[in-house]
Design a protein around this ligand. Structure first.
Ligand code: E4P
Length: 215
């Protein structure tokens, strides 16, 4: 299973990468806006730091513009993946960019049928948003399970990238279901490392060691 980090903050990316947790990066317009720096500079710097896929999202909603923006983004580095929102124009853009050898990530996917259409259009990755579905009283992980079942049934090459991850249990379920990728905020990665019994065990080993050394 690949781990992407869901941030546009270079320091967080470096910290997570030091720990061996970063196979790729996802950004979106909201994450980019938090950084207060030019979009292309941010993506260029992330791509230098991480050799894996780095998703950069188009902001147009019209397919010719999406394709133009996508081509500009793809010129920044060979590991850029163009993120396209799920909509009819988006699917046209995915088909065109795919035909030109440019990788795509279809974002804002909230149903198995949207994921099926993204795969038909030739998307490299599809991003089902689990947290935002949970927020409206739906079951985000159940939707991921349906997407995986459909893709397996028809051997689609599109990778399932679990997005809008809010806590460690989203990751555990995604891993059990065999999702290809999850994109994770750094805070959630850190939450996944800790367990009270680990902390207790470390303290006990240290206390015993120190007592033994005094003999
Ligand atoms: C990643 O590709 C998405 O943009 C991101 O996971 C959205 O997460 P959010 O629902 O917490 O904003």
């Amino acid at each position: 299973m690949k781990f992407f980090i869901d941030t546009a903050n270079l320091e967080e990316i470096k910290q997570a990468n030091l720990r061996g947790w970063v196979d790729g990066v996802t950004t979106n317009p909201s994450l980019i806006a938090k950084e207060n720096r030019p979009f292309h500079d941010i993506i260029r710097e992330i791509c230098k730091e991480i050799p894996g896929p780095v998703s950069a999202e188009v902001i147009s909603l019209q397919h010719e513009e999406m394709v133009r923006e996508g081509k500009e983004l793809a010129k920044i580095a060979s590991n850029v993946v163009v993120k396209i929102p799920m909509c009819e124009d988006g699917m046209i853009a995915v088909k065109k960019l795919t035909a030109e050898g440019i990788k795509t990530n279809v974002t804002l996917v909230f149903s198995p049928l949207q994921a099926l259409l993204a795969a038909k259009a030739g998307a490299t990755m599809v991003s089902p948003f689990v947290g935002r579905l949970d927020d409206i009283g739906s079951d985000g992980m159940a939707m991921v399970s349906q997407v995986i079942q459909i893709y397996d049934q028809y051997d689609f090459a599109t990778e399932v990238l679990v997005a809008s991850v809010r806590g460690p249990m989203h990751l555990q379920f995604a891993a059990e279901m065999g999702a290809d990728i999850a994109t994770i905020p750094f805070k959630v990665m850190q939450q996944m490392t800790s367990h009270p019994l680990t902390d207790k065990g470390i303290k006990q080993f240290m206390d015993d060691w120190n007592k033994g050394q005094k003999k």
